[in-house]
Design a protein around this ligand. Structure first.
Ligand code: A3P
Length: 260
């Protein structure tokens, strides 16, 4: 996984699963597209994973050299796996973190929908995997905490999903500044429009159809509700208490919270 070389124009999106990875990918892609169009260049549609190498999901593996600049890549790996690339090779990272109850709720639907999981259980059965630390990618709280701890580095920008929901224009400006692409008001407005849930549902469905001749992704399930607080429709008191204890253990000592 470390067998690739950081290029100065690389941007990595690092997230615990279901935190807004695809949304940030689209924001970055649209910002880069705006910049490239001004220079008459193309921007790759592909945002490969570093660690995944499974059918129908773009992977960096085997494409390290062929993907053109500027690359946007993504990972759900823990910070310690990327530490050397970030701290020694100067890899630029946009981290997206999300309130954990909503992340877990979204992850449940991902487990049910995803062709590699096809999870047959109900939400409460799924929650047992959270309690037992048996989720794909491991402990969500530790993942988020460790990336959050890197936020003071100059080449790391941390954005919360809830901030994106509250003021997407502000986030687009912050991300554009981070990747050093100045936007005028018109560009900012059109990027915000193209990154709305509806616009993304449409463009992802179209790209999927163009590539495979039919839709492999159920876009309405993948970009499901896109709201804050859906956990309230799913969790029991006991499950909420479990998450609150994890928040107390992992997030409170490092000042991570999701009140925006
Ligand atoms: P829900 O399942 O709660 O709807 P990831 O890309 O990391 O897998 O995250 C997926 C989550 O981000 C889903 O959450 C999805 O709906 C939400 N999301 C994706 N694009 C979004 C957008 N443009 N606006 C709001 N939420 C979005």
């Amino acid at each position: 996984m470390n067998n690739w070389h950081v290029r100065p124009s690389d941007v990595l999106i690092a997230t615990p699963p279901k935190s807004g990875t695809t949304w940030m990918g689209e924001i970055l892609r649209q910002i880069r597209k705006f910049n490239a169009e001004a220079k008459g260049l193309e921007v790759s549609m592909i945002i490969p994973y570093i660690e995944l190498d499974v059918p129908h999901i773009p992977s960096l593996k085997g494409q390290e050299e062929s993907l053109p600049d500027p690359r946007i890549i993504k990972t759900h790996l823990p910070y310690e796996f990327m530490k050397q690339k970030v701290e020694e090779e100067g890899l630029k990272v946009v981290v997206v973190l999300r309130e954990p109850k909503d992340t877990i709720t979204s992850f449940y639907y991902h487990y049910c929908m995803n062709m590699h999981f096809s999870y047959p259980g109900n939400f409460h059965q799924f929650f047992e995997l959270v309690r037992q630390d048996r989720l794909h990618y491991g402990n969500l709280f530790r993942l988020a905490r460790d990336w959050w701890q890197a936020r003071h580095l100059r080449n790391v920008l941390v954005v919360k999903y809830e901030e994106m929901k509250k003021d997407i224009n502000e986030v687009v400006r912050r991300v554009a500044q981070f990747v050093e692409i100045p936007l005028d008001a018109e560009a900012e407005g059109s990027i915000v429009e193209r990154c709305s849930l509806d616009a993304m549902r449409e463009s992802i469905a179209k790209a999927d159809k163009d590539k495979h001749g039919k839709s492999l992704i159920d876009v309405d399930k993948f970009l499901r509700k896109g709201i804050v607080g859906d956990w309230k429709n799913h969790m029991t008191r006991d499950e909420v208490d479990f998450v609150d204890e994890c928040v107390h253990k992992y997030y409170e000592p490092v000042g991570l919270n999701f009140h925006v």
